[in-house]
Design a binder for this molecule. Structure first.
Ligand code: UD1
Ligand code: CA
Length: 452
């Protein structure tokens, strides 16, 4: 059975006190909206419509990147959830199956919950709303359920004292029969306390037509919505603790899990161990049996089996670390392939480069990839050895089994097997150091006597 999805993301989000639309604020290293898109992935929606409004250009740009097949429709003024859905419906004209309505600022809905909503729909309810037991019902809509059937949703402002005492609340998420939505949404009015078009009015409207409505309940944690910076911080904490627990369960070792920060798409194989204070940005994949020592910052990189990273290493986008390679302290790698068993152990920058198998880059090796205008590539061959404190000025190639003397500035290719020395030859002056020092000390003594 196919389905379509509407994501409401037009709200102003004024409590964030931010120029950035709230669905674009980062959560687990990616926009809040990306979590919602991930949760609907298994629905394989036939059509996806995102309703934008506040900060529409930026939200639309993000949607184009995150879900290129989606359609964005703009809601001029945010006149309520019913009005927002009405804007989306023309884009669903002719689509078959059920319609899911989600909020762009509610990132933790699980695929299982959506599946349960779909099942309730298929069991005969024209409309299925997702409810939860609220610890603090506050301004949530209250769900009036009798004999297992959803009779109405009453917004907090309209609720009688008895209704206000109900703790079963509306998350706002809906799974609806498409035809019912197309027929009833245009008829929603705004004669209420807020003067808004309430999507929740659909329940009473459908019941009046003799249609069945159902409520599916989920844990409150799933319905957490991001309305403020504090909500976002709480969501981050919840996300992190869940992902840490999942990885531990999957066989990833962490000395101090509470200090490891993960992104939505972080993928780590079993028997990898992670020391304290490691941050994963988006796009990191780590194979099995990798050791990540404390204080590493990783994003957009891949680490192969058996590699050892850190402490204090920074892997930036495009870093590909080969099997059993070593990336040590204060080493930054960007857009570079580090071959199997290669070592970059201390104080290096390796960018726009390829490093062959078992090559060894001495402390302080720098690839000079940027000439101020363009980036250039450095190629280092298999089993090459770069002496400490060498600068490799790209574009340049150091051949297989080549040797670069330490302190060299390499501006020309080094052939396979060659030794390159690109520094001044050393000169020793016998006895000169001692003579110089004695003269200086004598001068100082003379000056001190003069003062006294
Ligand atoms: C709505 C529900 C309420 C529920 C609550 C859960 C209605 C009338 N009320 O409350 O029962 O308990 O959600 O959080 O539906 N949005 C738009 N355009 C609009 C208005 C809202 O896109 O014109 C989007 C917002 O960006 C947000 C979502 O819809 O993602 C919910 O809007 P919000 O104003 O937070 O919900 P309420 O109407 O207060
Ligand atoms: Ca809200």
């Amino acid at each position: 059975m196919s389905s379509s999805v509407i994501i409401l993301a037009a709200g102003i989000g004024s409590r964030m006190k931010s120029d950035m639309p709230k669905v674009l604020h980062p959560l687990g290293g990616v926009p809040v909206l990306a979590h919602v898109l991930a949760s609907i992935a298994e629905l394989e929606a036939e059509r996806l419509v995102v309703v934008t409004g506040h900060g529409a250009e930026r939200v639309e740009k993000a949607v184009a990147e995150l879900a290129p097949a989606a359609t964005c429709v703009r809601q001029g003024e945010p006149l309520g959830t019913g009005h927002a859905v009405a804007q989306a419906l023309p884009a669903l004209e002719g689509a078959e199956g059920d319609v899911f309505i989600l909020y762009g600022d509610t990132p933790f809905i699980t695929p299982e919950t959506l599946e349960r909503m779909r099942a309730a729909r298929q069991a005969g309810a024209a409309l299925v709303f997702l409810g939860f037991e609220a610890a603090d019902p506050g301004t949530y809509g209250r769900m009036i359920v009798r004999d297992g059937a959803l009779e109405a949703i009453v917004e907090a402002r309209e609720a009688t004292p008895e209704q206000a005492a109900i703790s079963l609340c509306n998350s706002g998420l809906v799974c609806a029969e498409a035809a019912t939505l197309h027929r009833l949404v245009p008829r929603i009015g705004n004669d209420n306390a807020k003067g808004e078009f309430y999507l929740t009015d659909l329940v009473a409207m459908a019941r009046a037509e003799g249609l069945a409505c159902a409520m599916v309940e989920c844990p409150e944690a799933e319905t957490l919505g991001i309305n403020s910076r504090a909500d976002l911080a709480a969501a981050e904490a919840a996300f992190q603790s869940r992902r840490r627990a999942e990885l531990l369960e999957a066989g990833v070792g962490m000395t101090a899990p509470e200090t490891v920060f993960l992104a939505l798409d972080t993928a780590i194989g079993p028997d990898t161990t992670i020391g304290p204070n490691v941050v994963f940005g988006p796009g990191v994949t780590v194979e099995n049996g990798v050791t990540i020592l404390p204080f590493c910052h990783l994003e957009g990189c891949h680490i192969s089996e058996g590699a050892r990273i850190g402490p204090f290493a920074r892997l930036r986008p495009g870093a590909e670390i080969g099997e059993d390679a070593r990336i040590g302290n204060y080493v930054e790698v960007k857009e570079a392939q580090i071959g199997r068993g290669a070592k970059v152990n201390h104080l290096s920058y390796v960018g726009d480069a390829s490093v062959g198998e078992a090559a060894n880059l001495g402390a302080g090796t720098i690839t000079c990839n940027y000439d101020g205008v363009m980036k250039h590539c450095t190629e280092i061959g298999e089993r090459a050895f770069i002496g400490s404190n060498s600068a490799l000025v790209a574009p340049v190639r150091v051949g297989d089994e080549a040797l670069v003397g330490s302190g060299s500035v390499i501006t020309e290719d080094v052939p396979d097997g060659a030794l390159a020395l690109a520094r001044d030859r050393q000169v020793n002056k016998p006895g000169l150091a001692r003579r110089l020092m004695n003269r200086l000390r004598a001068q100082k003594r003379a000056r001190d006597r003069g003062k006294g």
